[in-house]
Every structure is written in C-alpha cells, then in structure tokens.
Design a protein around this ligand. Sequence first.
Ligand code: ATP
Length: 210
Amino acid sequence: MPEIIGIFGGTFDPVHNGHTETISHLMTLIPFKKVIVVPDVRPPHRQEAIGSFEDRLAMTRLAFKNHKKVSVEELGASRSGPSYAISTVKEILKKERNIKIVVIVGSDAFAEIDSWYRWKELLRLVNFVVMKRPGYTTPKNKKSFELINQKNEIDELVQKRGAGKVVEVKVKPLRISSSGIRENLGNGIDINLLVGPKVREYLISNKLYV
Ligand code: ATP
C-alpha cells in the first residue's frame, strides 16, 4: 500500500489552534506518514496576506514544532505568481514515489474548489479530506457540495489506491479564525486561548496586526 502524505496549505495569517488542533485530531483518524504544512507565499484565492511570508512561516513553524510527523515547508517560495495547490502537489510527487496524497482543507476553503487553478487535474492526482468548520455550511448549489455528497468514507480513502476521493470529516469544532485573531489584536484583546504560547509570544514581541 502506498504511504499517505497529507498537505495542508493556508495563508496562516496568523496560524492558530484551529489549524494545529484539527491536524492533531486528523492524525488520530488517518495513518499519515507525514503531513506537510505549506504557508502560501502569495495566497491564490484572496487579497494579499497582511503578515509577511517570513513572519507567517516562522509562526507556523513555532505552532507545529512539537507535532510529530508534521513538517512545515517552504514549497514554492521561489516560484513567481500565486501559490497554487497543483504546483505544490507536483513538486511533492517529483520527490516522493509510491505515495498517496491527501489534501487537507476546511469546508469554507473547499467550497470554492471549482475556482482553484486546474482543479479537475488536481482531483485526478489527490484525494481530499474536508474538515467541517463550525458556523459554515456548504451551499447546495456548489460543485463542492456535490463532491462532498458522494459520501466517501475515511476507510476507503485509506485502503484503496487511486485519487479523486473527497471525504468530509468532523474534526474538533473550533470557532477560531485568523481574521478574528487579527481583529482581537487590533482591539487589544488577548488571544491567549486562540493560539499556542510561542505564537502568542511572537505576535506580541513583533507587534503584529496591532
Ligand atoms: P480566515 O480568517 O480568512 O477565515 P483561516 O482561519 O481560515 O482565515 P487559513 O490560513 O485561511 O486561516 O486556513 C488554512 C486552512 O485551514 C483552510 O483550509 C481553512 O478552511 C482551514 N481552517 C482554518 N481554521 C479552521 C478551523 N477552526 N477548523 C477547521 N478548519 C480550519
């Protein structure tokens, strides 16, 4: 059986417990060889990030420091243009043989799958695990709704070869978002319970998002 490599991309502007704790939970459900966390150099789907790539990368490294089997990588840092998932996947497939790639994504991000660059080709290369995000319901008229409602199971994704499976997973529900954290920081509200201690220290000592 090919080993399973997870890819978790995001802007991580900043990284928070909604990212780290859901990944920890997923690691108990899926036997990943490793999960590669990839901060986007340039976010493909929205406006520019507010934090610099260097800060976002440094905080993401701190957040996942003690997570066994998770590595934070600077994939695509040298590529010009937006950070597309398909380019990251191809970069990993060039280095690793006989693996199965699972792209990990929150339900809000997956809702826009049909606007991702070369998404049909991406679906032929990887499987998706979609983490249910509290407070977000996928609209019924979306392509993503149709894909999620094929009702694939985790066991199938783990045991069967091939790509193209989309599995929705109920992870620990955490109402935490990067935008909420930026807002709190801007308003002088403590973000103690929303990010790890090292990330909090970094945010405060570098006066980020104030
Ligand atoms: P925003 O404030 O714009 O919502 P964010 O918190 O979603 O930002 P991103 O870096 O955009 O942060 O998220 C990276 C990935 O993690 C996305 O696929 C997103 O859906 C997912 N994600 C973020 N927070 C959670 C959460 N609390 N539960 C599940 N998935 C999450």
